[in-house]
Each structure stands twice: as structure tokens, then as C-alpha cells.
Design a protein around this ligand. Structure first.
Ligand code: ASP
Ligand code: MG
Length: 422
């Protein structure tokens, strides 16, 4: 059973004059034609009598290019200068979007993060928002203008430009929506919404009408990256209901909001696949207090984030520890193991392989049993071997051979009835 559509209802209650925040990502403002198209959509919303704040990203590829140039000049660029550089991408698109709106006869004005009073901590390239004054945005809206806000940027207490981490324009949009108490926040992107699985891998994946913040976060951490996770966390904290929708068509998207009782009827709302995991097995560890602490402290000190962990004790009273790390960190993780356990007697690296992680996510798992059994059975029927398992309240993940990943996603999706049109 799919969740009941609710958005039409919610959106019908919008006042004739509502304050709407629309965020357009890098692909949506990727070139001059796309910017024109965004301007036309913004004009429609504005013509309907709404106040509109538009948050834009840099054109797609621009931030990556800027980073590459910085690194070509200096492998460890100064972070303050990095932010000075990266903020340029969004500053280009706000001005161009304002000009495109002017060409359509829409009064519009651009604002940088600093001009919008987005105050952050001083942690350059990954700053956290501390406060938003909004600058003169409300006054500009009241004067009938569309305000175009640069995503991804703010300023530290000492006035220096900061950026909010990759994908940070999502956070800018959610945060300004919270600060202005917007009636609606739309994250306009290159997909139609949040799906039950990646439609490129699972052809009968369905768009979800609604999803809980927590599910969205678990799906993101399991490989379905639709939005910056920090933005979703911020929305959850400040109860900003938002919609993920396409910037290329007018189909309703997915509403992301607090968990509702009706959501519990659906046991699994989505299947996620992460093909960039590596599994590391350390064997012959001494079975005594402090062994795990030593290993995971060393990994934490190397800034390697560990996902699944399994430990078991053999009959010889030696422990085996299996854990997963992002694939990019596999060599660094191997090095940490080798230096933490330098001699064979104290533990040794037994295996380090790439694996894929398939996860099922749903708030309904809290109140339903048998989810793990159904997941394992679906994989068994497809002859797929499970190497490790981890669970949370609303997620079960399995580590499997990368070659089985896509089949696994499909059979699991089908087993939980997610492809049914109902
Ligand atoms: N331009 C920034 C990035 O590429 C921010 C964003 O796109 O949201 O990460
Ligand atoms: Mg982006």
C-alpha cells in the first residue's frame, strides 16, 4: 500500500498570498536557457500573488571546477580563501537569475548570504548556521520584489564569508524558510521527488507522496542522496515542512514532514543501495575489554567513519571484528589496523573487500515484526549471500557482494510490495 496523497490538501490551504521559498539546484540553473526557464517558473508563482524567495546553487560543475583549480595551485588551500572562492559560484547565479526575471518584467533583487544576515560559526567550508536576521528580505518582498538568495553561504561573526558544506544550498533554503516563517518551501531539483528506490535500478519504483524526516535521513545515509542531510536535520529541528519536486515539470513532488500516524501502516517506505562501502575483517583479536575501543578510537582519530560493525568470539577465545567504511577510506583503514595491531598475536587484518549495502527503511518498522525475516528470505530466494547485517529502529541494512547489488535492490523492493501501483 502506498501512502495517501496529502499534498493537494495541504497546499489548498495556502493563503492567496503566501510566502514561498523555492530552491533551484545546480542542474536547474546549469546554463542560460535553464536560468530562463527557472525565471519563468518563478514568474508564474509571483504572478499568482505570492511572495517568492528563490535560493539558487552555483551552475552544476562550477563548485567542483573551483575546487579543482584551488587544488592545482595548492594541495591544501587555506580554508578562508577557499570560502572566498566557492561563494563565487552562487554569486554568479543570483545575479543572472535576477537579470532573467527583469527581462520578463518581474521586479527582483539578489542578496548574498551576508546581505541576508546568515550568521554562521567560523568553521570555514563546513560552517553551521547560528542565526538568520534576514536583512531586508521581508521589506523587499513587501515592496513586491522577488528576492534571489545565494545558497551555500553565510558569514562568520568577524564578517568573513563562510560556506555550509557541499550541497549547502538546500540548507540555505530550509533555514531561510524557517527564519521567514514561509508557508511553503520547495526544493526544486532534477528528480520528481523521493522514490521507493532509485528508478534507474528499479524500474517500477514509485514516487512517494510523503515521507518522514527520519526516513529521508536514513535513506540518505544509505545511499539515496536527494538532499544534503544537514538540511533535512535542520528542517526536522525547526519543523519546516518541505517538498522535493522537479524543476522541469509541474508534477507534485514528495512532502517531507514529521512522522504521522498514517505512515506507520507502511512497513517499508524505501530501499536504498550504497555501492561505495568496504568491509574490513580483523581476526585473532584478544577477547578482553578495550580491544574494540582501541581499534575504533584509532579509526576515529584517522577521521574514518565506520558504519556496520559485527564482532564474534571463536572457540579459541579470539575475537573477529568486521566493520564497514566508505570505499574511499579502505587503504587508510587498512593502515590504521596494521599500526594498531602490529604483531600477529595481537590481531591481524584478515580481509578487506568492496561490498554493497542494501537497506530497507520505514518508520512502520517500529510497530511491525518480521521485517528482517522477509528481507533475508527475499535475498535467499535470489541466491544472494548476506555477509553482514546492521539494524536501527527504522532501518535494516545488509552487506552483500557488489555484483549482487542491483538484483538485491529489485527483489527486496518487490518483496515489500513497493512496486505495486495500488
Ligand atoms: N554549489 C555548492 C555545491 O556544489 C552548494 C550546492 O550546490 O548546494 O556543493
Ligand atoms: Mg547541489
Amino acid at each position: 500500500m502506498l501512502r495517501k496523497p496529502c499534498k493537494q490538501l495541504e497546499f489548498q490551504h495556502l493563503n492567496p498570498m503566501s510566502l514561498i521559498v523555492q530552491k533551484y539546484g545546480g542542474t536547474s540553473v546549469g546554463d542560460v536557457d535553464r536560468i530562463k526557464q527557472v525565471a519563468r517558473r518563478v514568474k508564474e508563482t509571483h504572478d499568482a500573488g505570492n511572495q517568492v524567495v528563490v535560493v539558487v546553487s552555483a551552475r552544476s560543475g562550477v563548485t567542483n571546477d573551483l575546487i579543482a583549480r584551488a587544488k592545482a595551485l595548492n594541495p591544501t588551500p587555506d580554508e578562508r580563501e577557499m570560502d572566498m572562492l566557492l561563494a563565487v559560484g552562487e554569486q554568479e547565479t543570483i545575479a543572472l537569475t535576477a537579470m532573467a526575471l527583469h527581462a520578463l518584467g518581474v521586479p527582483a533583487v539578489s542578496r548574498t548570504g551576508t546581505q541576508a544576515g546568515i550568521l554562521t560559526d567560523p568553521a570555514h567550508t563546513r560552517a553551521r548556521i547560528k542565526h538568520i536576521s534576514g536583512g531586508d528580505i521581508q521589506a523587499q518582498l513587501d515592496a513586491g520584489k522577488v528576492v534571489i538568495l545565494a545558497g551555500f553561504q553565510g558569514h562568520a561573526p568577524d564578517g568573513q564569508i563562510t560556506t555550509l558544506g557541499r550541497g549547502g544550498s538546500d540548507l540555505s533554503a530550509i533555514a531561510i524558510a524557517a527564519a521567514l516563517q514561509a508557508d511553503l518551501c520547495q526544493i526544486c531539483t532534477d528528480v520528481d521527488g523521493v522514490y521507493t528506490a532509485d528508478p534507474r535500478l528499479v524500474p517500477d519504483a514509485q514516487k512517494l507522496d510523503e515521507i518522514a524526516y527520519e526516513e529521508m535521513l536514513e535513506l540518505a545515509s544509505s545511499g539515496s542522496k536527494v538532499m544534503q542531510s544537514r538540511a533535512v536535520e535542520f528542517a526536522q529541528k525547526f519543523k519546516v515542512i518541505f517538498e522535493v519536486r522537479s524543476s522541469f515539470n509541474h508534477h507534485p513532488g514528495t512532502i517531507v514532514k514529521e512522522e504521522a500516524a498514517s505512515m506507520e501502516d507502511v512497513v517499508v517506505s524505501g530501499v536504498a543501495l550504497d555501492k561505495n562501502q568496504a568491509k574490513i575483517v580483523v581476526s585473532d583479536l584478544p577477547d578482553r575489554p578495550g580491544t574494540a575501543a582501541k581499534l575504533f578510537n584509532a579509526l576515529a582519530a584517522a577521521d574514518i567513519s565506520v558504519d556496520m560493525i559485527v564482532q564474534n568470539i571463536g572457540r579459541d577465545s579470539k575475537a573477529n571484528m568486521t566493520f564497514t567504511v566508505p570505499q574511499d577510506d579502505i587503504y587508510r583503514a587498512e593502515k590504521v589496523v596494521a599500526t594498531s595491531f602490529p604483531d600477529e598475536a595481537s590481531g591481524k587484518l584478515f580481509e578487506a573487500n568492496h561490498i554493497a549495502k542494501v537497506s530497507v527503511v520505514g518508520v512502520g518498522m517500529r510497530s511491525h515484526s518480521g521485517v528482517a525475516a522477509k528481507l533475508f528470505e527475499a535475498l535467499a530466494d535470489a541466491g544472494i549471500n548476506i555477509q553482514l547485517v546492521s539494524t536501527s529502529e527504522i532501518k535494516i541494512s545488509v552487506g552483500i557482494e557488489p555484483k549482487d547489488a542491483e538484483t538485491a535492490a529489485r527483489v527486496v523492493h518487490a518483496a515489500f510490495g513497493l512496486g505495486a501501483t495500488d
